[in-house]
Design a protein. Structure first.
Lengths: 544, 565
């Protein structure tokens, strides 16, 4: 068995002209695989005659029609394949309609050999292709296609017959928005590409497909606008995808980490989304979408800090509302990372900064607490993370219960027992709420993580440590790039390209009618995305 | 993908230029000018600004003469000699970085980290500067571009919240000074502003090195320093400015958010760290750039094209090793230690004042000369002298006390919060030479009697928080503590001995000072030097039968005016 594979887990055998040999190989390969369905058929004249004289078109002209008896062999995986479709489009035409079709052949069709006759005449499906490699054939079968071996030919037919068990397209619950489409990607790669294609009906939208994972053979699709994407970006993505040979890839998250050169950085260099509208918007901005089979989240590249704080609603609401929402999110991000550290720095080292009455209140509240401020804060943060993790793992209603029980009862009890003070509960709660306001969950996790780093530095050296901590993060962020685009753009990189107006889509979201140029990462020779027809055509505005 | 070619944008160049050059200037220049030129400080400042402009213009011209960057061209032109000069540059910048780091760390400890050993602050700051400076110019450009508003916004806030503190009526006039004082002040200001030399490197890395880019940067540098200069004078007065190199920090201390944060100075100093980081990491970055070229194993010199122009096609960036920055950090730390030694710091100061600026112009001129002459020239410089100078280190005395300067730090709930502080000068017949605990009194003879001199009665009104329900300060019950001491510092110690808790003076609402025969000024100076006491606190000042209500800041200004108490 093992000698059928090379070290890269690729089949070394070739398709034999003898179907019996091929069946032997298939039996060896799928020994013990109960879900694999195989069946051999004979087509043609089962009586054994080789030639027969027949009239053609009921005339006196006779033609020698070649009567054949050929063995074919079909193989597919039960559960991944549309059985009905195979029966209707392949088995039935070939087995039952063979004779009639043969009699009705036009003269010029008599020259077709068996292979082409099946391909062009018998198979009643468009999605059928030839495959000469045994390895690729098996890969297709494992992907849900049906393979048909024909005796005498060292190649197979691959009939697309995938029918995976899939979730339907449901309402988006991880990136919910008040306005805009509600649909979301599911685990099927074809559904993902279709949902995007439905939004961009342009032949320049390219979908390059491939497979990753030596054993999982996970399909992926790279989607981009041919005339908008910056040269070099797609090859770079492909190169990164091909860099590693991994056993199995079960989610886009694994691919994301494989493609990230800076493994030590907590910040993602891809934007992930389950929203088709967000993915489509990214594509028309010159970005690339990478969809993976079995993953409801697609990757978008390049990506920057600013994008991860944007939500689709920002563009659907009026500019002032969108801008305000973004401002809130930026403030939330700042609070999520700094508030506990700042509280520690101020209360432990610089209480002079506090308003007097607040200081008295904190001092009074802390007078019954056993632990120092830092320990108190860490206890509360740990408690919160515990509740969060428990809430995620438990089924929906139970998860909510844990949140309520934890937040209200345990929190209240902790305060009364003198483990934490009321102010710390407020600080931790506010930090948690702020982190939930970040639209990208992966990004919010980074903030939750870095919060502890700031707590550490602030605990050591007060405001000095606090600023040092922020400075270290800023230094790290400033050196990050996502596929050549500075991560902190547009806060950095201003003026890198003359005429770029990327500041229009920063914290301030300009009115849509002002956003005439594509962002700086789109192709520079195709920048204009919005034209005013009346001004362009030389008419006055009043002409409307 | 976007400008990945070792160049920076105009905005990055501008922000680099501004942050690397205003941080020290806005804090130290007012002190330098007033302390050197007395009441002629405005003239000294104007001349200093002119010097700064001319000095920066020299480097703009150099940047035009070395379009591919002086570091790169120098090594192409001078070969091994160029590498030696690289080392000189690296040491120049490490010396400068070390001085800034030491100065900053001392301030930081005095204001924010009084319970810290100075070395802790210095080492942590060197490490962070090394981390920030270890990148290439593109990353550095992005970093400074990102940090720009972090420093500028707090400064603007200080300006906004300090406007009400500007009081020209209370302006104290400095001492007379001769003409040499004016030029000394101007020249010393130029030394502080000599960081504009780094424009030579940032301008050559710009996408387009134009006159307008340079002009925009230098004008904003000058405007920032001018603005700070006027502001500092207006808030704390000439004499106070001339008395302390930290005068700008007193302005920050005086600034208050209305109804919000009690004191703004901590926050501003915290963000001023970013400015200091920009300067120090900048020097360390340039030192590293010089060292990496100096110790590169492979180096291709510039080639000339058919027209005889220099082409950077053959440039090969080499030796970007981690140890280059490690070396810079190590030497910067060493220089900080050297600055601390009395004798060596004298040499280093003399070097910075009399030699460094000359060197900064002389070397590029020399390289330019070689470039124009189109031949290579071998230079020999006294390496042995530099190495030999290390022998002077032995037996030097310490200049800076690296130990913690205040142990009065405890957790928030263990502090006692003083609401008012009263200090009354006590006068009477001295019966003993010392008090019960053996403290010696100063004495004076008045009318043939030996009388108590320099002793005060301190009265702390401490907020009673045992049943605090959010009442305002007026309704808060208080608890008094009285003691006799020769200074506030002493009184605080006595308080701790008596009550086992430290007193927090950061939330004082009122200070009452009772003056008898002028000795109260010692307490006022002590209040001035105590960073925990905000300078905006109200003072009720009693002199004989008169009572006056005044801000502490203005009282200190009057003290500097020489007003008799």
């Amino acid at each position: 068995m093992n000698n059928l594979y090379d070290k890269n887990n690729r089949l070394t055998v070739s398709i034999n002209t003898s179907i019996e040999e091929n069946i032997k190989v298939l039996d060896m390969l799928f020994e013990g695989c109960g879900d694999v369905v195989q069946k051999s058929f004979f087509i043609g004249d089962v009586s054994g005659k080789n030639m027969e004289k027949r009239t053609v078109n009921n005339s006196d002209n006779y033609d020698l029609v070649k009567k054949i008896k050929v063995k074919i062999h079909l193989i597919y995986i039960d559960g991944l394949t549309d059985n009905q479709m195979i029966e209707q489009t392949i088995i039935k035409p070939i087995l039952y309609e063979w004779q009639q079709m043969d009699l009705n052949l036009k003269p010029n069709q008599n020259n077709l050999d068996l292979w082409n006759r099946i391909y062009y005449v018998e198979a009643q499906t468009v999605d059928i292709k030839e495959e000469a490699s045994f390895d690729k054939t098996i890969e297709s079968v494992l992907n849900g296609d049906t393979a048909m071996f024909v005796d005498g030919y060292a190649k197979t037919f691959i009939i697309s017959s995938k029918k995976y068990p899939l979730r339907s397209i449901t309402e988006n619950d991880t990136e919910a928005g008040m306005r805009g489409p509600k649909d979301s990607f599911n685990e099927g790669i074809r559904q993902s590409t279709a949902l995007i294609r439905r939004r961009i009906k342009d032949a320049k939208l390219k979908v390059e497909q491939g497979v990753i994972g030596e054993r999982s053979r996970t399909s992926y699709a790279i989607m981009y606008m041919e005339d908008l994407v910056k040269p070099g970006l797609v090859p770079d993505i492909k190169k990164r995808l091909e860099r590693y040979e991994i056993d199995a890839l079960f989610d886009s998250g694994m691919a994301e980490h494989l493609m990230d050169e800076r493994w030590y950085s907590p910040f993602p260099i891809f934007q992930t989304t389950t929203r088709p509208d967000k993915a489509a918007a990214g594509i028309v901005e010159g970005r690339v979408v990478i969809a993976f089979d079995n993953s409801p989240e697609v990757l978008l590249a390049p990506c920057n800090f600013n994008m991860l704080l944007q939500a689709s609603d920002d563009y659907y609401n009026r500019w002032a509302v969108g801008t305000f929402a973004r401002l809130i999110r930026y403030m939330a991000a700042f609070i999520a990372i700094t508030l506990p550290g700042l509280y520690i720095a101020v209360t432990v080292y610089h209480s002079d900064m506090l308003p007097t009455r607040l200081l008295y209140a904190i001092a009074n509240a802390r007078s019954i607490v056993t632990f120092p401020v830092v320990v108190e804060m860490l206890i509360m943060e740990f408690l919160f993370e515990l509740l969060r993790e428990a809430g995620i793992r438990l089924p929906g209603p139970l998860g909510n219960t844990i949140g309520v029980v934890g937040g209200l009862i345990v929190g209240q009890a902790a305060v009364e027992a003198g483990i934490v003070s009321t102010i710390v509960v407020i600080v931790v709660a506010l930090t948690a709420i702020a982190s939930f306001a970040i639209p990208n969950e992966e990004f919010a996790s980074v903030f939750r993580l870095l919060k502890y780093f700031i707590i550490l530095t602030s605990s050591i050296a007060g405001l000095y440590g606090f600023v040092m901590g922020l400075l270290i993060i800023a230094i790290h962020l400033s050196e990050l790039k996502s596929f050549g685009v500075p991560y902190m753009m547009p806060a950095v990189g201003g003026g890198l390209k003359d005429g770029a107006f990327h500041n229009q889509d920063f914290i301030f979201r300009a009115p849509i009618s002002f956003m005439k140029k594509r962002p700086v990462w789109a192709r520079w020779d195709n920048w204009i995305r919005l034209r005013n027809n009346y001004i362009e055509k030389g008419r006055k505005k009043d002409d409307t | 993908m976007i400008l990945d070619n070792g160049k920076i944008s105009e905005r990055q160049g501008f922000r680099l230029g501004l942050l690397e050059n205003i941080t020290l200037g806005i804090v130290v220049v007012p002190f330098i000018c007033v302390s050197s030129a007395g009441k002629w400080h405005y003239i000294a400042f104007a001349i200093g600004l002119l010097f700064t402009f001319l000095y920066s213009m020299v480097f703009y011209l150099f940047s035009k003469a070395f379009p591919h960057g002086m570091i790169e061209e120098m090594d192409g032109l001078l070969g091994k000699t160029g590498r030696f000069i690289d080392c000189i540059y690296a040491f120049r910048y490490m010396i400068r970085a070390s001085l800034i780091i030491l100065f900053f760390s001392v301030i930081l400890r005095a204001y924010m980290l009084r319970s810290f050993n100075l070395w802790t602050v210095i080492i942590s700051f060197i490490l962070i500067c090394g981390y920030g400076g270890a990148r290439d110019i593109e990353k550095r450009g992005r970093l400074i571009e990102l940090l720009f508003w972090w420093m500028i916004v707090p400064l603007i806030l200080v300006a906004v919240f300090s406007i009400s503190n500007v009081n020209w009526e209370l302006k104290s006039v400095g001492e007379n000074a001769d003409y040499s004082g004016i030029f000394s002040g101007a020249y010393r200001m130029l030394i502080i502003m000599s960081s504009v030399e780094t424009l030579l490197f940032t301008l050559t890395k710009l996408k387009k090195n134009t006159w307008s880019n340079y002009l925009k940067t230098i004008i904003w540098i000058m405007i920032s320093v001018l603005f700070s200069y006027i502001f500092v004078q207006g808030v704390i007065g000439e004499k106070w400015v001339g008395d302390s190199p930290m005068s700008a920090l007193y302005v920050m201390e005086a600034a208050r958010f209305p109804g919000g944060v009690e004191r703004l100075d901590y926050a501003v100093i915290a963000f001023w760290i970013i400015g200091v980081f920009s300067v120090a990491s900048g020097y360390m970055f340039y030192a590293k750039e010089f060292l990496r070229v100096a110790f590169s194993k492979r180096w291709n010199s510039f080639e000339k094209n058919e027209k005889g122009e220099m082409s950077n096609n053959s440039i090969e960036i080499v030796s970007d090793k981690w140890w280059t920055m490690a070396l810079v950090m190590l030497f910067t730390g060493l220089f900080v230690w050297l600055w601390n030694l009395y004798d060596v710091s004298g040499y280093l100061t003399d070097y910075l004042i009399w030699f460094d600026i000359a060197l900064s112009i002389f070397i590029p001129l020399l390289v330019l000369f070689v470039k124009w002459r189109k031949n290579k020239m071998f230079l020999t410089l006294p390496v042995a002298f530099l190495l030999g100078s290390l022998f002077f280190l032995t037996g030097c005395r310490n200049r800076v006390d690296f130990k913690r300067i205040d142990d009065r730090q405890s957790s928030l709930e263990e502090m006692d919060y003083a609401v008012t502080l009263s200090v009354r000068e006590v006068e009477g017949i001295l019966n003993n030479d010392s008090d019960n605990e053996g403290r010696k009194y100063k004495d004076k003879i008045v009318g043939g009697e030996k009388r108590v001199r320099g002793e005060f009665l301190f009265d702390f009104e401490i907020a009673d928080l045992s049943d605090y329900k959010g009442d305002s300060e007026e309704l808060l019950s208080t608890d008094d503590y009285e003691c006799m001491a020769v200074s506030l510092d002493d009184a605080l110690d006595m308080y701790f001995e008596a009550r086992k808790n430290h007193v927090d003076l950061g939330h004082l609402k009122m200070i009452r000072l009772y003056d008898q025969d002028g000795e109260i000024k010692n307490i006022i100076f002590e209040l001035k030097n105590m960073p925990s006491i905000t300078k905006s606190v109200d003072v009720e000042f009693f002199y004989k039968d008169e009572k006056e209500k005044i801000k502490l800041r203005n009282l200190i200004k009057r003290l500097y005016d020489g007003e008799k108490f």
